[in-house]
Design a binder for this molecule. Structure first.
Ligand code: ATP
Ligand code: MG
Ligand code: FE
Length: 340
């Protein structure tokens, strides 16, 4: 069956068309530039942008896939988690398309979508797999027994998400929003050993994470240098900060695979686009005999293909469609792949 996926949980309006593990075409419109001057996503601005972008994005995705709306067999949409108003635009549009086309509607979990998208690049995910989900709003280790029916949380951030830490540290360094890409670039020019920042929850025996202490450590460093009237060594701070983040992420991910006897690790979410995270994860997985799967950067950040990919799983599992009065859930737990 041909699945159309619709994503509007944050500031990307994404539409993707997927058959099984095959991505036929997609399109993403982003309002990120409109939020940049505020240093973070403004919910009302995002909702309005989704409203304007929704129909044109669907049209462009259908064109890219070379299919017609009438070819679509089912609609999958992000039901949560995400921003209330933003989710509402996508879910409302999805209901309208499902009714107009006479096809079933599936309200799926955005976070599991971030993991499911890897199937479009690397084929069916071996079961079980461990997933490290690192995005703007979440940082979790997941035990994925089945994408459509059985995802368990092994650990979570107790404060900031990894992407959030990148965005906040970028602000401290006067780098633009979103902070991930400019820190990634700056760090390449810096020495990751020049400044050793703390590793949150290192070796504490849990699969939880903490990044707010790291952010405070960077803030203190920047203040001290400023007070001394010296130039801020942006590249070294970026490299040292990044090393702390990816060191903890990769170590705990490999530990989770070992503890659960799992041989496959997926890393996904916006921060999975990070070049140092990809390199260190590859190094440590190779050493531990774990097969690493990381989708290409464009599929790591929010998009519609990830929602269609999870929709295809849910349809293949024979789960009942969501009802047409499907509600959004801003804090849908990761253990719920499909909203009722
Ligand atoms: P969630 O999925 O938790 O609801 P989100 O959808 O807003 O959050 P994503 O779009 O998956 O998050 O990811 C956005 C985040 O990824 C931002 O915080 C951004 O800074 C970060 N990011 C993007 N590229 C990179 C990179 N190269 N290195 C590090 N972080 C990055
Ligand atoms: Mg975004
Ligand atoms: Fe996301």
């Amino acid at each position: 069956p041909l699945i159309m996926g619709i994503e509007t949980s944050c500031d990307e309006t994404g539409v993707g068309l997927v058959r099984g593990c095959e991505l036929l075409g997609e399109d993403v419109a982003s309002s990120v530039a409109e939020h940049a001057r505020f240093g973070g996503v403004v919910p009302e601005v995002a909702s309005r942008a989704h409203l304007e972008a929704m129909v044109p994005t669907v049209r462009r995705a259908l064109d890219a896939a070379g299919v017609k709306a009438s070819d679509v067999d089912a609609i999958a949409v992000t039901a949560g988690p995400g921003l209330a108003g933003a989710l509402l635009v996508g879910v409302s549009a999805a209901k309208a398309y499902a009714m107009a086309l006479g096809v079933p509607l599936y309200g799926v979990n955005h976070l599991i979508g971030h993991v499911a998208v890897d199937q479009l690049e690397h084929g069916p995910l071996p079961k079980p797999a461990v997933a490290l989900l690192v995005s703007g709003g979440h940082t979790s280790l997941l035990l994925v027994n089945d994408l459509a029916t059985d995802v368990r949380s092994l650990g979570d951030t107790v404060d900031d998400a990894a992407g959030e830490a990148y965005d906040k540290v970028a602000r401290l360094l006067d780098l633009p929003y979103p902070g991930g890409p400019p820190i990634d670039r700056a760090a390449r020019e810096g020495d990751p050993e020049a400044i050793r920042f703390p590793r949150g929850k290192w070796g504490d025996g849990t699969f939880d994470f903490s990044f707010s202490g790291l952010k405070t450590a960077v803030a203190r460093w920047v203040e001290d240098v400023g007070r001394a009237g010296e130039a801020i060594p942006v590249a070294d701070i970026a490299a040292g900060f990044q090393e702390s983040v990816v060191d903890v992420l990769t170590r705990k991910a490999v530990d989770a695979c070992r503890e659960h006897g799992v041989g496959h690790l997926v890393i996904s979410g916006g921060v999975a686009a990070n070049s140092r995270l990809r390199a260190l994860a590859e190094e440590r997985c190779t050493a531990a005999g774990i097969t690493l799967r990381v989708p290409r950067p464009k599929l790591c950040t929010d998009n519609g293909a990830m929602i269609a990919a999870l929709g295809a799983e849910v349809v293949a599992a024979g789960l009942p469609p969501s009802r047409l009065d499907l509600a959004t859930d801003t804090s849908l737990p990761v253990s719920v792949p499909l909203a009722p």
